[in-house]
Write a protein that binds this ligand. Structure first.
Ligand code: HPA
Length: 272
């Protein structure tokens, strides 16, 4: 496996053969949320599979490509699909796309995901702005030799989700009349959903929603000094709270139902 800077550089070079587009910000679209890209004024698209060493999703229905284009006047890089740790990639591979986005010029990152609701107000169909995260149950993506060119060995994580970006997301939601809750996201490794006992534990620890992505990407982005914002689509009550088994199909159905609202929010946020 080539060193991380070489991996980033080969991906950037391959993208640079397709486009000279420089994004100001980037957005990662989670499960069922990829439809946002249809409104984008696309300048270029690059399939992940065309990039050397780039992780490609093994989950059916996860499109894997970068789109580069404009949200109103704003140059944005969109990741349609992401890989997850549970697919067998190392955390370093999982966050390679984030580092590539940073190397392409993105200064801000919006991370989105589908999540199970733990907090009493986080019911299926609602949107939650991340105020913070708990990543203690997954390996840090920053383990291994540190690349000073990316960021410091011991990066601060006291405000992973930048307050000004959170304010911008809240303003966008208010303008559109879209209710936007706030809470703490907890990342698990997946791929199994949690047990009801684990959900009780996570609740005690202060988690409002649970999912299998995002926190690791947010950490890699903060390491590089990118400003991060995160939004979860709550697709189900977390295990044990809804009195029925969880299914991926339910997660996808609810994500589909909310996708119109979610896309409008993301668009307004990015155009601000
Ligand atoms: N748990 C973990 N990940 C998820 C869930 C959940 O309940 N819903 C959507 N993604």
């Amino acid at each position: 496996m080539p060193a991380i800077m070489d991996q980033i550089q080969s991906c950037v070079s391959a993208i640079r053969q397709a486009t000279s587009f420089v994004p100001e910000s980037a957005v990662v679209l989670g499960s069922g949320l990829g439809g946002f890209a249809e409104k984008l004024q696309v300048e270029a698209q690059v399939p992940y599979a065309s990039l050397p060493g780039f992780p490609v999703s093994t989950v059916a229905g996860h499109a894997g490509r970068f789109l580069f284009g404009y949200v109103d006047q704003k140059p944005v890089a969109v990741m349609q699909g992401r890989v997850h740790y549970y697919e067998g990639y190392s955390m370093e591979q999982v966050v390679l796309p984030i580092r590539v986005l940073g190397a392409l010029g993105a200064k801000e990152l919006l991370l989105t995901n589908a999540a199970g609701g733990i907090g009493p107000e986080l019911t299926p169909g609602c949107l939650m702005l991340l105020t913070g995260h708990i990543a203690s149950f997954v390996p840090s993506p920053l383990t291994g030799p540190n690349e000073e060119a990316l960021g410091p060995r011991f990066p601060d994580m006291s405000e992973v989700y930048a307050l000004p970006l959170r304010e911008r997301a809240k303003a966008a939601a208010a303008e559109l009349g879209i209710p936007l809750k706030e809470g703490v996201y907890l990342q698990t490794t997946g791929p199994n959903y949690e047990t009801p006992e684990e959900i009780k534990l996570y609740r005690m620890l202060g988690a409002d929603a649970v999912g299998m992505s995002t926190a690791c990407e947010a950490m890699a982005a903060r390491h590089m000094g990118m400003r991060v914002c995160g939004v979860s689509v709550v697709t189900n009550l977390a295990a044990g709270l809804g009195g029925k088994p969880l299914s991926h199909q339910e997660v996808q159905e609810v994500a589909d139902q909310v996708s119109g609202q979610f896309q409008r929010l993301v668009w307004r946020y990015l155009s601000k």
